[in-house]
Design a protein around this ligand. Structure first.
Ligand SMILES: Cc1cc2nc3c(=O)[nH]c(=O)nc-3n(C[C@H](O)[C@H](O)[C@H](O)COP(=O)(O)O)c2cc1C
Length: 240
């Protein structure tokens, strides 16, 4: 298992040119399922995955990605969309799931259930609710004042919450790419795209955000641009 994981991590590379060989839709769908199992903030799952296989949409997405080689030669795309705007819907999903799951629970799990319900009923709305960005600033000032006296969660502005949602989406993206590698496929994560156009192509609401467009396929002989380059490990590893 340890060896397998090491292999998968090392084989994965950002591939810029793919073979013309088709990849299997169900395999990609299964990797998207793996993506959805990624850890995510408060288990709100503020993400959606768009699996693009139609030639017409593929061409449009490639154009929105400036026809860069990783997009132009792709066999399929997976677009990871961050849906911070769905926080309330997902919060209610969690509340209902917890209530249904613990119908015949023991006393100890009832205590945990009550804590979890309080979390979704009161804490989540306190940090996610917005009113033209104003509530975020009020939360921020509040956190600064309370933070003078005790540790406090400080990432509470509207843009902080966007970062929170994008972090989880990026973890899903990595689950997806490693899963694809494990099946013998290749990927390239991209942020070089026109986000407004990608949203229009996929008929997404204005409030959604594109986290990453990931092109998929099988690497061509010249598909990887050279050896993997990283700064020396000692420059980034600190043991305290
Ligand atoms: C968030 C993100 C955005 C990226 N955007 C692009 C992109 O638009 N086009 C591209 O060719 N590569 C893109 N990459 C791939 C990086 O260039 C690549 O991961 C990096 O050079 C390291 O190479 P490796 O993935 O092969 O290890 C992106 C990677 C990440 C994580």
């Amino acid at each position: 298992m340890k060896k397998e994981f090491d292999k998968i991590v090392r084989i994965r590379r950002s591939v810029r040119r793919y073979k013309k060989t088709d990849i299997n839709d169900d395999d990609v769908k299964d990797s998207i399922l793996h993506a959805s199992l990624a850890p995510n903030s408060s288990n709100l799952q503020l993400w959606e995955f768009y699996h693009v296989t139609s030639e017409k949409l593929m061409n449009k997405i490639s154009e929105a990605c400036f026809k860069q080689p990783a997009a132009r030669t792709a066999n399929q795309f997976v677009v990871i969309v961050t849906r911070k705007d769905l926080w309330n819907k997902r919060r209610i999903f969690n509340i209902n799931t917890i209530k249904n799951k613990t119908l015949n629970a023991s006393d100890k799990s009832l205590k945990n259930r009550d804590l979890a319900l309080k979390y979704y009923k009161y804490l989540i709305p306190t940090i996610y609710r917005e009113f033209f960005g104003l509530l975020g600033y009020i939360r921020y000032i509040n956190a600064m004042i309370i933070g003078l006296f005790r540790p406090i969660y400080r990432q509470v502005t509207n843009s902080d919450m966007r970062v929170v949602a994008h972090k989880s989406s990026a973890l899903a993206a990595q689950n997806f790419m490693l899963s694809m590698t494990s099946k013998g496929y290749d990927t390239c994560p991209m942020e070089g795209f026109d986000s407004l156009r990608v949203k229009r192509i996929l008929s997404l609401p204005y409030s959604s955000e594109i986290n990453m467009v990931i092109s998929c396929g099988i690497r061509d002989d010249n598909g990887v641009y050279g050896k993997q380059i990283r700064v020396p490990f000692d420059d980034i590893y600190f043991k305290r």
